[in-house]
Design a protein around this ligand. Structure first.
Ligand code: NCD
Length: 318
């Protein structure tokens, strides 16, 4: 397919494994234009006027849900949020029935977060609206993977050939999986490190992916360090050392940061356990792009929604 007729219109966004390098590039380029809109005095364009989007969240979220909501609103769509705790889900309504209900109201897209891996893929099989996976268990979080790429490219000017260290709770991290997929497609070298119990080696035996037991090895000469949240709510007995021990052996602090390149970029998807996986002086330090990731999250989600709902009509964002 030629670059000019490449379209993501009608495409479900379930995981970055389904996206080609060129398609990822299209999202990143579109996000650049979208970022300008966020800085305007009047943040409203008609790209998605007349479209409706439901955010269906079965798990807690601050950044992802709010940024999808603002992204839709900045583009002129109608956006409604359904949060499990305040919906008929607490009365026992099944996922399938909830999806049918949302579909019957005539929505164009469903942005969905669920604790079960494959939940978004299931939704894409049972209802017609396009589905965006906003996190399904430990499987995937494609919009986070894309916003991480976008943030890195904005700082480094390119992606190919960069060395990235992804540190911490790899086992439970859908962010790590989407990052790895996206980064490999864009020609980056990925180094993973964390406690043995949180590092499922067999999953990552592929070219371009390196697994280390000591975070120092992964951090050495890294261009980018992505620190993952320890997913305390997903830990099972015996996987996790004490908090003190974790911070001592695996926490990213100023001293360890000096192992990386001088201009290393520090990322964290949030929310952070400060003092556990990341020291406050690193989180708020000069190398940190953590707040910027949040803003870029809005731009990336604007790009995703525009591309899947309209194919990205150029005139609509002017
Ligand atoms: C992540 C998530 O929920 O997967 N948060 C986010 O979307 N920014 C990461 C996390 O919870 O640790």
């Amino acid at each position: 397919m030629g670059k000019n007729n490449m379209s993501l219109r009608g495409r479900n966004v379930l995981g970055l494994e389904d996206f080609s390098k060129e398609e990822i590039r299209l999202v990143l380029e579109t996000a650049k234009e979208m970022k300008n809109i966020i800085h305007r005095d009047i943040k409203k364009v008609p790209a998605l006027r007349g479209k409706s989007i439901v955010n269906l969240f079965y798990e807690p979220s601050t950044r992802t849900r709010t940024s999808f909501e603002l992204a839709g609103k900045y583009l002129g769509a109608d956006v409604v949020n359904i949060t499990a705790s305040t919906s008929s889900i607490v009365k026992g309504e099944s996922l399938r029935d909830t999806l049918y209900t949302v579909e019957a109201m005539g929505v164009d897209a469903i942005v969905m977060r669920h604790k079960a891996e494959g939940a978004a893929a299931y939704a894409s099989r049972v209802v017609a609206p396009v589905i965006v996976n906003a996190g399904d268990g430990a499987h995937a979080h494609p919009s986070q993977g894309l916003l991480d790429l976008f943030t890195i490219e904005q700082h480094k000017g390119h992606l190919e050939g960069l060395k990235v260290a992804i540190l911490g709770d790899i086992l439970h991290s859908r962010v790590a999986r989407s990052d790895i997929q996206g980064m490999r497609k864009m020609g980056m070298e990925v180094h993973l490190a964390g406690p043995k119990t949180l590092l499922p080696r067999f999953l990552f035996q592929e070219p371009g992916i390196f697994v280390h037991e000591r975070i120092e090895e992964a951090m050495e000469a890294a261009d980018v360090i992505n620190v993952l949240r320890i997913q305390l709510e997903r830990q099972k007995a015996g996987l996790f050392p004490s908090m003190r021990e974790y911070a001592r052996v695996f926490g990213v602090n100023e001293k360890r940061l000096s192992l990386a390149k001088k201009d290393v970029l520090v990322l964290h998807p949030g929310p952070m356990n400060k003092g556990l996986e990341i020291a406050p002086d690193v989180a708020y330090g000069d190398h940190s792009a953590i707040q910027e990731q949040v803003q870029n999250g809005v731009a990336i989600r604007m790009a995703i929604l525009t591309l899947i709902l309209t194919g990205g009509r150029k005139d609509a964002v002017d």
